[in-house]
Ligand binder design. Sequence first.
Ligand SMILES: *Cc1c(COP(=O)(O)O)cnc(C)c1O
Length: 392
Amino acid sequence: MINDAYAWIEKALTTIHKVDWYRSVQTVESQAGATIIIEGKSLINFASNDYLGLTGDQRLINAAIAATQEFGTGVTGSRLLTGHRQLHRDLELAIAAFKQTEDALVFSSGYLANIGTIAALVGQRDLILSDEHNHSSLKNGAKMSGAKVLDYQHNNLEQLRKLLEQNRLPYRKALIITDSVFSMDGDLCPLLDLLDLAEEFSCMLLVDEAHGTGVFGKTGAGCVEYFNCTGEPLIQMGTLSKALGSLGGYVAGSAELIDFLRNRAPSWIYTTGLSPADTAAALEAIKIVQIEPQRREQLWQNVKTLETLFKEKQEQFNLPISHTLSPIFCVPIKGAATVLTIGNQLKEEGIFAAAIRPPTVNTSRIRISLMATHTSIQLQKLVEILAEVIPV
Ligand SMILES: *Cc1c(COP(=O)(O)O)cnc(C)c1O
């Protein structure tokens, strides 16, 4: 029997190959630190979200082992049925204390936190305003909510105001959604202005702190702290999988918001609770972030060092680096095929950096993200090799 209903898949794959959008995995054969092993070769890792170098930290590993020994490998059910442990609550209270919010709720991933929260907050009679550079989880959450979605140009407050003036009135509730640190460019959202607009037009405001938590702010609480907006009426979402070195997502905010999400967020209600190992590792990470500010200081020192190195090389090589304020640096490259070639050349020279292409972003680039555990020698090597490999 031949069923042609699946024939389109092969054609679709051919098209993906043709435009150089094809993706596949590569196996990392070591712990994911400042260096990693791929295909037997040791590479300096500039593609990690583990900003503080916590995934290999013995204290996180020990916490995960101890929790596994006490509670097992899984929690066997959703949080509302059999899947809730004191460990989950301890983590939620630690997140709330860290963010200085009334409460917090832990999801099984950041992606699920965004999807479930947006779907719980707004529906068909409501309006969402979304930055065009937002992460996929925010965009898909918006789509899935059934609300009317209007995209505004990246960080364009004038356009956002115009959209609100023209569209806010007929809708019941409205929600502005934005990354705090934009994941692919590393720039920040104008949080204070967004808060003002949210107040003026009676909108809720959700900020995605995936790349802010552990990195920005005096205590590492994120961009909300960095912008002195702690305590403002915000919905703060984030992930446990980047600077916190574990797995899972969270939402922090008012006690009422969290109570409501426990009752209405489908991606929290109908999925299995976070594993004891992930929960315990994240809890340990939050403690370390708070008691070891030197990790954050070292990360920011590395950002400064790399800025300086690029400036020095800029005069010689004219590298078109784009960088604003975060540990994320980008080198724009024309064309998906070229960026792939450059990614491979970097790998041959011992540098692992992400070659980012459409549809993830509109314009291809080599994306470099720094960790606290990179050495200045590793940063020097990065700049030297980029200057060799990148055509000017
Ligand atoms: C990584 C990321 C997420 C998703 O978090 P996961 O825990 O990996 O699912 C959400 N938003 C942004 C901006 C991210 O970078």
